[in-house]
Structures are given as structure tokens and as C-alpha cells.
Design a binder for this molecule. Structure first.
Ligand code: AQP
Length: 340
């Protein structure tokens, strides 16, 4: 713990590495909007393009995905006046603090990261150095704003623990109380939305199977079809959450329903317990379409005016730098860089 009082500030990011999925929306974006609107926090949200290039990105696709993600943020309810919204590469302090943290973090810490192991797979010698160092840059993304709270999905828990370790080691190495020990905010029914084809695998934008996920840009027919074909089991839905314990696919669909409806899992099961999937799936499809269609329509509208998106991001980067720049300057001074 530190004794310093930090401004309550939320930071989180999403990679512009392809279309947004329902997992990104429920696990991250929707909760970013909630934290923006709850009051009491400054909110800083980012398209982490420097993270995206840790695996190959076609430059034209990266530009398109970054603007589409920005449109997704705004269409989901992020207000660029209330929140600071930008793409990471335009606030160079992220990469600058990232370098300092490369020198604080230890190889052994990075080697333990399950996302590194999953993404590098058996071919780790051929993975980029950036993919290995990803969590140090993520720590910099958060700590360059002295963020106190970070809403993320369950898969990011280990990276946030590492962020806390990096902050604590920096503070300890230099005998300062400078970086906050950030709180992860992993809450709600949909902190881990699973693949529609495999209840033990995370829904992911890079999954080769498009049927495994719902994309925010899918139309109503596609959403209904993917939900109809989602893997399930032959049993009716249980009356309470305990009955989902050994049923990953059923649990996933109920969790998605609960998160979309802003209800608890028990409240959903009180309504649908005893029903067969043949009856529940159309209910889920209708709810998903009702919640997602206005967002995808608004995203398409915003994408008509890319100059406006670029203007919003440029303004967000300017505001981001106003916070990040003095924090970097102070960090350099603590580390002993002449001229800072
Ligand atoms: N399935 C999910 N359920 C709940 N939350 C999720 N998130 C991602 N997938 C799920 C949350 O979305 C935020 C942004 O994630 P990201 O795009 O930066 O990277 P990721 O976690 O690696 O997401 P993907 O979709 O799996 O991307 P790719 O395929 O490019 O690796 C994070 O808060 C994450 O927890």
C-alpha cells in the first residue's frame, strides 16, 4: 500500500486488433460506460494500438480497426467530453514509461504470464519481443495516469497483479511513494464471456471460427443464427446458479443474458429456470439484437465521418498528455535522468 492519496481515476484499453466482440463489450466497454456515468472518477479510455502490433497487423486494417473501435466506444456510450478517449500511440509517454518498466520488471515475472504462454504457444522463439514485454507496457498505460481503478475482464487479472508488482518494486527501489497500487475492477455476470462453440474457451476476436463469437457489427439474422447454433447440453435450464456449475455452455448463455439484461444470474433463472434451450435461445437472441443493434447502427453512422473520429482522438490525446507528461517528467527525475 502507499500512503499518498491519489485522484480517483479509471484507465482501461482495448486492442484495435479486429472487430469488437460481445466479450469485449460486456467484459469491458459496457463497464467503462458505467464507470464514466457513476461519477466520482476521471475516466481515461484508450485504443491500445501499440499492443495490437505485438502480433502482425496490416497497416490499412489497423487504421480501419482503430477508427471502428473509437466508433464502438462512442456508440456504446463513452462521451468524449466526459471521458478522455484516444489511441495509445499518440500519447508517447506510454511507450516512454514502458521502457522504464522494462527495466523494473523481471524476465521471470513475464515468463509466468499465461497470456504470453497462450499467445506465443510452442513457437515462442519466433514471437515478438513486444508480445513478451506486453504486460510492462500495460503497466505503463495504467500508471502513466496514476490510475487507481482498472475495469477489465477476468483474463486480464494476472496482468493487473503484475502492474501492482511493478508499481511496488519501482516505489521500493527508489524509496518513493509515487505510483499507486491499482485496484482491478472485475465485476458482473460477464467477466469471462466464453466461445459459443466451446464453453471452456474465451470468446475472442482472433478466434479463427467466426461462429464462436458475436461481433458488434453482426446483423440481427447473424446474431440469431449464431445463438441458435451455440453449443449447449440437452438438459433444461436449472432454477438457480448452482445448477450451472458443471454446465459451462449453459452457464455462458445465462451469463450473457444476465449481463445484457442488467440482472443477476439468479433473477434470470427465476424467470427461465425449467425452460429448454429451444425456448431460451430465441429469448437471448431477441435481447442481444435489441441491445446491440442500436450500437452497431450508431457505429456505422459515426464511421461515415472519419475526420470527426480523428478529431475526437486528437483532442483526447492532447488531454491525455496533460496528465501523462508531468508524471513522466517526475518519473525521469526520480530515476536520475539529467534534464528532467
Ligand atoms: N471473452 C471475454 N469476456 C470478458 N471480457 C473480455 N475481454 C476480452 N475478451 C473478453 C476484455 O476486453 C478488454 C479488451 O481486450 P483486448 O482486446 O485488449 O484483448 P484480449 O483480452 O486479448 O481480447 P480478445 O478479444 O481475446 O483479443 P485478441 O483476440 O486480439 O487477443 C479486456 O478488458 C479484456 O479483459
Amino acid at each position: 500500500m502507499t500512503d499518498t492519496t491519489f485522484t480517483p481515476r479509471v484507465f482501461s484499453g482495448i486492442q484495435p486488433s479486429g472487430g469488437l466482440t460481445l466479450g469485449n463489450y460486456l467484459g469491458a466497454m459496457k463497464r467503462f460506460v458505467d464507470m464514466q456515468n457513476v461519477g466520482g472518477f476521471e475516466t481515461v479510455y484508450c485504443m491500445v494500438d501499440l499492443h495490437a502490433i505485438t502480433v502482425w497487423q496490416d497497416p490499412a486494417a489497423l487504421r480501419q480497426n482503430t477508427r471502428e473501435l473509437a466508433a464502438g466506444f462512442i456508440a456504446s456510450g463513452i462521451d468524449p467530453e466526459k471521458s478522455i478517449l484516444f489511441n495509445q500511440s499518440q500519447v508517447p509517454e506510454h511507450a516512454q514509461l514502458g521502457w522504464i518498466f522494462n527495466c523494473v520488471a523481471r524476465m521471470g515475472w513475464m515468463q509466468r504470464m499465461t497470456q504470453w504462454k497462450d499467445k506465443a504457444g510452442k513457437n515462442s522463439q519466433n514471437a515478438s519481443l513486444g508480445l513478451f514485454g506486453y504486460p510492462a507496457l500495460m503497466a505503463a498505460d495504467i500508471l502513466i495516469y496514476h490510475a487507481t481503478h482498472v475495469p477489465v475482464g477476468e483474463d486480464q487479472k494476472q496482468h493487473l497483479e503484475l502492474t501492482r508488482d511493478i508499481a511496488a518494486k519501482f516505489n521500493n527501489d527508489f524509496g518513493v511513494d509515487f505510483f499507486p497500487i491499482t485496484e482491478p475492477v472485475i465485476e458482473g455476470a460477464a467477466t469471462r464471456v466464453m466461445s459459443l462453440r466451446n464453453g471452456s474457451k474465451k470468446m475472442s476476436k482472433s478466434d479463427p471460427s467466426d461462429a464462436s463469437r458475436i461481433n458488434m457489427t453482426d446483423n440481427a439474422d447473424t446474431i440469431a443464427k449464431k445463438i441458435r447454433k451455440a453449443k449447449t447440453d440437452p438438459e433444461p435450464l436449472p432454477e438457480s446458479a448452482e445448477g450451472l456449475a458443471e454446465r459451462p455452455e449453459a452457464r455462458n448463455l445465462v451469463n450473457i443474458y444476465a449481463a445484457l439484461a442488467d440482472q443477476s444470474v439468479d433473477a434470470v433463472l427465476a424467470e427461465v429456470g425449467g425452460k429448454q434451450f429451444g425456448e431460451f435461445k430465441p429469448m437471448l437472441a431477441d435481447l442481444a439484437v435489441a441491445k446491440l443493434a442500436p450500437i452497431s447502427t450508431e457505429m456505422a453512422r459515426l464511421m461515415q465521418d472519419q475526420a470527426e473520429i480523428d478529431r475526437i482522438l486528437a483532442r483526447g490525446a492532447e488531454r491525455g498528455r496533460e496528465i501523462a507528461s508531468p508524471i513522466l517528467k517526475k518519473t525521469y527525475e526520480i530515476v536520475g535522468m539529467v534534464g528532467s
